[in-house]
Design a protein around this ligand. Structure first.
Ligand code: PMP
Length: 384
């Protein structure tokens, strides 16, 4: 199988597995057991992982809270910060945020907060003029992701943060899709709260972290109760192997030449596909997107048909999400102006840093065959 769904989940890096293994086998103590040396060793491993994550972000270890992933980190940032709609009651969220940002924000609108969606342009970039009009001293929080999971758009988070801070609002950034390929310095970006996920960056599934600047951290309220772990902010025994794995996955900064090569292979795939299918459309930004992200549509052919034809050889994903068995057009693609038919035709292809040129040639040939077969089936795209 050629795996081109790295933005959904990336393979575990061998060095991450090596670091985790002792804590899955012989080192099984509870990291919160402070009565014996085995517990101290587990606690020490977690402390080192926390240091690595903080180091990667330019933060202090005390500003890192372990979570089960970016979903929980996003929930903790938004619901944990926005408890009382006084004195500020407005929350601004980007239109193409992940649902783990949009859903908690929506929940707050039932608790007296006014949640306002920030429009994006055809590339998915937040409209800074609209943001400027919406920012005033009623805004408590602005939540904007660093990198989008469907179209790879990169937000100007540093500018957004400067604008938000000028009116005294705080900034949360979902950086789940950024850690694998770019530097993240929370101070340079001016971010107050930042969410991370292990499995988008060569780490394990089931772990992530929330960075909360010291003075913001004290304003957070827990979502999970029942223990004093994470300074009372997140009850529950920390999963030592997962925390260690996240630490190692975070430790290495991606190097520029590897990222350029990654992007170059993505562009080769785009060119191979276009050579087969000149009508192919590309969704999302033309330049400056996630180096592995390609979101394409083949007019007249439903993404479901192509993806089914590609099985079991190639893993790519649909542009539209399936909720409770009902396909619904992606809110991201809708926000950048696609109609329901174009959404149903969208295929997200996400390459990893180690995807090879040879795999891409085979992928392009497989797409050409899949398109022929899908057209021969005679079905036309249906709106989701
Ligand atoms: N935010 C973004 C931008 C994502 O891509 C994802 C994963 N699809 C999440 C949040 C949720 O991450 P996790 O799987 O770690 O909960």
């Amino acid at each position: 199988m050629i795996y081109l769904d790295h933005q959904a989940s990336s393979p575990l890096l061998p060095k991450v597995l090596d670091a985790m293994l002792p804590y899955l086998t012989e080192e099984h103590a509870n990291p919160h057991s402070d009565d014996h040396a085995a517990g101290w060793r587990a606690a020490d491993a977690i402390a080192q992982a926390r240091e690595k994550i903080a180091g990667r972000l330019g933060a202090d270890a005390g500003e890192v809270i372990f979570t089960s992933g970016a979903t929980e980190a996003n929930n903790l940032a938004i619901l944990g910060l926005c408890c009382e709609p006084v004195p500020r009651n407005r929350i601004l969220v980007g239109a193409i945020e992940h649902k783990s940002v949009l859903a908690p924000a929506r929940a707050l609108s039932e608790r007296g907060f006014k949640v306002i969606t920030l429009p994006v342009d055809a590339s998915g970039i937040v409209d800074l003029e609209a943001l400027s009009r919406l920012l005033d001293d009623r805004v408590l929080l602005v939540s904007v992701q660093l990198v989008n999971n469907e179209i790879g758009a990169v937000q100007p988070v540093d500018r957004i943060a400067a604008m938000a801070h000028a009116v005294g609002a705080l900034v949360h950034c979902d950086a789940a899709q950024a850690l694998a390929w770019r530097a993240i310095d929370v101070n340079a970006l001016g971010i107050d709260l930042l969410s991370l996920s292990g499995h988008k960056t060569g780490g394990p599934k089931g772990v992530g972290a929330l960075y909360a600047r010291h003075d913001v951290r004290v304003q957070l309220r827990p979502l999970i109760f029942g223990g004093e772990q994470e300074g009372g902010l997140r009850a529950g025994t920390l999963p030592t192997p997962l925390c260690v794995g996240l630490g190692v996955a975070c430790a290495s900064e991606p190097d520029d030449s590897a990222v350029r090569a990654w992007q170059g292979r993505r562009d080769s795939l785009r060119d191979f596909l276009r050579a087969h299918e000149p009508n192919m459309v590309i969704h999302g930004p033309v330049v400056g997107r996630h180096p592995g992200n390609l979101n394409v549509g083949f007019p007249g052919v439903d993404a479901d048909q192509i993806i089914a034809q590609l099985q079991p050889d190639i893993a790519v994903s649909r542009g539209s999400a399936c909720t409770s068995g009902i396909p619904e057009p992606s809110h991201v693609l809708r926000a950048i102006g696609l109609d329901a038919v174009a959404c149903a035709e969208a295929v997200r292809i996400s390459l990893g840093p180690l995807t090879t040129e040879q795999e891409l040639e085979r992928t392009a040939a497989a797409f050409a065959r899949a398109l022929l077969a899908a057209r021969a089936e005679g079905r036309i795209a249906v709106a989701g």
